[in-house]
Design a protein around this ligand. Sequence first.
Ligand code: HEC
Ligand code: HEC
Ligand code: HEC
Ligand code: HEC
Length: 191
Amino acid sequence: MKITRTVLSLGLALSASIAFGQTGDPANLIGTKKCAMCHKKASTGDQYGVWQTKAHSKAYTMLSGEEAKAVGAKLGIDNPQTSGQCLKCHSTAYFFTETQQSDAVAVEDGVSCESCHGPGANYRKKSVMESREASIAGGMVYPAKEKSCTLCHNDTSPTWKPDRYTLPDGTKTGFDADQAYEKIKHERPAN
Ligand code: HEC
Ligand code: HEC
Ligand code: HEC
Ligand code: HEC
């Protein structure tokens, strides 16, 4: 009896530590700065530095602007920067929900690495990251271009414009992952 219970609780403790990754963060998020530890070298593409120059890193700060306030006002939202209805898509810390899911990512970081690549707690180790297969097994979303973008770039967004993009054949569309990717890409330099 006693042994069984010990084995059982050990099993539970183990599965809990797997579910919560190595950080104890319930959403398995680790935050932009942790990714930056290995992804800010110019020789491998400085993904962190590139992200800082792009729209996604400003997705939270821009919610204090006049345009965002006007969008919020129409929906009865006084302050978009504190509304889950906006932060679900404008901040990784809310992770696609209307409540904050994690303290590991700064709300101010807007849309950061893990919104597109998946929560990093179980793939952050160098030995895992070096293998695409192991990284995917640890929760890395790949390819992000096909799997992540439309979680936010869709017609539930209050500023969705069905004709924002024009396809090569002239058709208008609200989102085109190929063209949008060109504007945010952060690739390793070709050797
Ligand atoms: C301990 C170092 C380290 C940390 C921390 C780290 N990475 Fe990596 N990552 C690597 C290495 C090494 C590679 C292998 C390729 C390379 O050199 O860029 C890699 C590759 C990748 C790739 C390319 C995957 C592929 O198969 O093409 C992505 C995407 C990525 N990392 C995202 C992240 C994100 C997001 C975080 C934070 C959640 C993160 N990494 C944290 C070291 C790290
Ligand atoms: C379903 C996800 C989603 C939600 C919810 C959301 N946004 Fe956005 N928002 C986006 C995306 C994606 C963009 C980038 C524009 C694009 O490509 O569609 C954006 C862009 C914007 C812009 C820039 C205008 C533009 O047309 O590019 C403003 C302002 C804005 N959002 C305000 C808000 C406010 C205020 C809220 C809350 C009331 C909110 N958003 C909720 C996804 C969302
Ligand atoms: C977590 C939600 C989220 C995800 C996932 C996401 N985006 Fe965005 N995206 C936004 C928001 C919010 C903005 C507006 C930010 C701003 O203007 O400061 C935006 C803006 C952009 C912009 C600049 C506005 C425009 O439409 O030209 C591009 C380009 C873009 N995203 C491409 C992508 C691509 C490509 C992917 C997938 C690889 C992606 N996004 C995934 C939320 C998201
Ligand atoms: C808006 C979504 C989005 C955000 C935010 C984002 N990435 Fe990416 N990233 C992509 C896409 C799309 C690719 C191309 C591969 C794919 O589709 O998965 C990519 C590729 C990469 C690669 C591989 C580069 C190569 O040449 O193969 C690395 C490394 C990487 N990202 C790291 C990061 C880090 C670190 C951050 C945060 C500082 C970050 N990314 C933020 C969407 C994103």
